[in-house]
Structure formats: C-alpha cells, structure tokens
Design a protein around this ligand. Structure first.
Ligand code: 5GP
Ligand code: ZN
Length: 113
C-alpha cells in the first residue's frame, strides 16, 4: 500500500533497525520504545488490522505467532515479555498495518491504561 509507513519499511523505502526478516515477515525496533526491548513484528503483506484478517491469513498469522518465541530468544527476553496487538480507535492503533508489539526487559504493569 502506497502511503503505509510499515509497507515502506517492509519494502526498505524507509530505514528501520531490523531484528529479523524473511519472505513473510519483518521485525524491527520500535521508533518510540516503551521498554528496553520493544520490537514490532509485521507481515510483509499489507493487512490493516486484526479486524481485516480473513481465512486466507490464518497460516500467516499462525506463522507469526510461532515466530514470537524465536524473536524473544534473539532479544534475550529470558524473564518473560508482553505481546500486544492494538486495533482501531479504542485500541489506540496509530499505524494501520497490523503489527505485533513484543515488549520486555522490565517489569510491566497490568492492566494496561
Ligand atoms: P500502535 O499504536 O499502532 O499499536 O503502534 C505503532 C507503533 O509504531 C508505535 O509504538 C510507534 O512508536 C511505532 N512507529 C511509528 N512510526 C514508526 C516508524 O516510522 N518506524 C518505527 N521503527 N516505528 C514506528
Ligand atoms: Zn502496510
């Protein structure tokens, strides 16, 4: 999608600090981290949000879920971490390209505000 910042990151039209990449996904450091480790996992395919997922995305989403533990290992999140997907206005989603926040290396509070 032309005006999508995460599509631009996936296409390397704008720079990001990449942690992991393959043909389906990219993981990069969040530009405004809320913890010592805060990375974002995105599908290279443009999907706006969890609300826009279809049956054909099942395999891709399963793939992303199963990759989280590998990224956690790479980032040395041995003591746990949080996985967050914001959706829509009440979920405070600011970038309309589905992304999974992986956050850790500090004790996180719960529930979120
Ligand atoms: P959301 O609020 O949509 O769940 O999260 C969007 C996240 O993307 C935010 O944590 C924000 O800091 C991050 N972000 C926004 N623009 C960029 C960017 O251009 N590069 C990177 N690396 N992160 C970004
Ligand atoms: Zn996009």
């Amino acid at each position: 999608m032309d005006d999508c910042i995460f599509c631009m990151i996936a296409n390397k039209e704008i720079d990001s600090n990449i942690v992991y990449e393959d043909d389906k996904i990219m993981v990069f450091h969040d530009a405004g981290p809320c913890a010592p480790v805060h990375v974002l996992m995105i599908p290279k395919k443009h999907i706006a949000s969890t609300d826009d997922l279809t049956e054909e995305d099942q395999e891709l989403m399963g793939y992303m879920m199963c990759k989280i533990k590998d990224i956690a290992k790479t980032m040395e999140l041995d003591n746990g971490y949080r996985v967050v997907i914001n959706c829509g206005e009440d979920g405070q989603q600011t970038v309309k390209h589905l992304h999974i926040h992986i956050i850790g290396k500090r004790k996180l509070t719960w529930p979120p505000g």
